[in-house]
Design a protein around this ligand. Structure first.
Ligand SMILES: [Zn+2]
Length: 499
């Protein structure tokens, strides 16, 4: 995710000599005007190999805009790969956090008015059926905000498999957030119930904090079927195509999650980088064209730096929310304020940060609850490298000043450090300065410290942990290996020491 403040500060500064970037926004216009006409590139061998043996989701959604509901039917083919015998399976039902003001991540004081301009609006799941191998299964919510759904299953030995079926109705809040939507738009981020992360012999059931992105998951294969009223356009982590049955269908292999954005006002533009088709969905054709081009350039740059983007599709969606952006596998949400003509450079930076999450979050998973720096600081660093590669050292230095040097000089309350877990942070502003800004300082320092520099290290990191989950220890061990010396003191200084 990106928080809005740091980018706004960047733009408002009279000292910003960054016109070079705005002037250099060149558009691949010929590619950008297609509307669903481009063929989706197929998954390559690496993605196909990564998809083997993963849980298989088959999800059917029906949008009912008049009642702000999505009827949802889902089957998960689950093979017990935990190594432990299981008699419970845990799903994350994040939408339920939006049921009450006390638990809604959008109802924190600093963002309430921006997220709920018409007052509070609840979001929740109404569960009708839970079946295991076709028979009714007992279930309960395992935590207070009902975001962890525990399903009892007959003893499932390691390697055994079964099919979980859930039929429910999702009530989507009228809320400017990754989960919600205003004025007839729908953002379906973290709406589809998904398997919790199984780690150290237990299912993780972290709570939904207002700051940060508490979503953890292993990769799975998704097939999506969508029904929506005439006039709506849908973006999805999977490229959708209309079938003879009137439904929209798509699939995405080895994804950490799947999100959708639906609007009656979307204009669509496409571009292509290597094996990845980018489609941008925005409220104006020009906005869609610019976002598609920005995403194309980001995919191209990060593919060169950190290894080819493994997914054949990326949707970039304009969304009415008070944040910079939000990432999912195959889909990124971008705050619609970034699409103003006067914000072209902000749009490009935000798209770059969110696109970097395809590598640092989607491809290499990490603990976003306890080590949020491990994807956010890396994406912030990647964004800086994007600017250096595209616009040269001068632009890089200018951006570094605002995004890293200034947060390093800021007065931060308490003992917050970049290595802090998300629930230590009381405000988005502190979170952004510390985890993104000061966190990125670590990656810049590593560039001096490592014999081959940070980019080569990150490329190795991506290659080794692709489609897996990398702990901080994994990051540290690889770093020490690459450097040929113990990196622990350096990480302690940058991640765990309050300055
Ligand atoms: Zn982010």
């Amino acid at each position: 995710m990106t928080e809005k403040r740091c980018i706004i500060n960047l733009l408002r500064s009279p000292r910003l000599a960054w016109g070079v970037l705005a002037a250099a926004v060149l558009i691949g216009a010929a590619a950008a005007l297609h509307l669903f006409s481009a063929d989706t590139p197929q998954p390559d061998e690496r993605l196909t190999a990564a998809a083997r043996g993963l849980p298989q989701y088959d999800v059917t959604l029906k949008l009912l805009p008049e009642t702000r509901e999505v009827s949802l039917s889902e089957t998960i083919l689950f093979r017990n790969g935990t190594g432990d015998p299981l008699d419970r399976i845990m799903l994350r039902t994040w939408l339920n956090a939006f049921r009450r003001e006390e638990t809604s991540p959008a109802a924190a004081e600093e963002m309430y008015d921006a997220c709920y301009p018409e007052g509070f609006s609840p979001g929740y799941l109404t569960v009708h059926d839970v079946l295991w191998n076709g028979s009714r299964a007992a279930w309960r919510y395992a935590n207070g905000d009902e975001t962890a759904m525990e399903i009892t299953v007959p003893s499932l030995q390691p390697g055994e498999e079964g099919t979980l079926t859930i039929r429910c109705v999702a009530r989507i809040p009228e809320c400017a957030h990754r989960t919600g939507g205003l004025n007839g738009d729908f953002q379906l981020g973290n709406v589809i119930p998904s398997l919790a992360l199984y780690q150290n012999h237990v299912w993780r059931t972290d709570e939904y904090s207002a700051v940060g992105d508490p979503f953890l998951g292993d990769c799975a294969n998704y097939t999506v079927h969508l029904s929506m009223p005439e006039g709506y356009t849908a973006a999805c982590s999977a490229k959708l195509a209309k079938g003879g049955d009137g439904l929209w269908h798509g699939s995405v292999p080895a994804a950490r999650d799947v999100a959708l954005c639906l609007s009656r006002d979307y204009r669509v533009s496409s571009a292509r980088s290597g094996g990845t088709l980018v489609e941008a969905f925005a409220k104006t054709q020009d906005g869609a064209r610019r976002a598609a081009e920005d995403a194309r350039k980001a995919v191209e740059t990060f593919s060169a730096l950190y290894g080819t983007c493994p997914w054949p599709y990326l949707a970039v969606c304009s969304v009415d929310f008070p944040f910079g952006g939000m990432e999912y596998t195959g889909l990124v949400m971008i705050g619609q304020g970034n699409f103003l003509d006067s914000k072209k450079d902000t749009l490009e930076l935000t798209v770059a940060h969110e696109t970097a999450h395809q590598w640092f979050y989607a491809l290499v998973g990490s603990d976003q609850v306890n080590d949020p720096w491990q994807d956010e600081a890396l994406c912030q660093y990647a964004m800086l490298r994007y600017v250096a590669k595209r616009y040269g050292q001068g632009s890089f230095e200018t951006l570094k000043y605002y995004q890293v040097d200034a947060p390093m000089a800021e007065a931060i309350p308490g003992s917050l450090t970049p290595g802090s877990p998300i629930d230590y942070f009381g405000s988005l502003a502190d979170y952004s300065s510390v985890v993104y800004g000061r966190g990125a300082a670590l990656l810049l320092a590593l560039d001096e410290w490592l014999p081959d520099g940070t980019d080569a290290f990150l490329r190795d990191y991506v290659s080794r942990f692709a489609f897996r989950f990398a702990t901080r220890q994994d990051f540290e061990s690889l770093l020490s290996d690459r450097a040929g010396k113990d990196c622990a003191p350096l990480l302690l200084d940058y991640l765990d020491t309050a300055h």
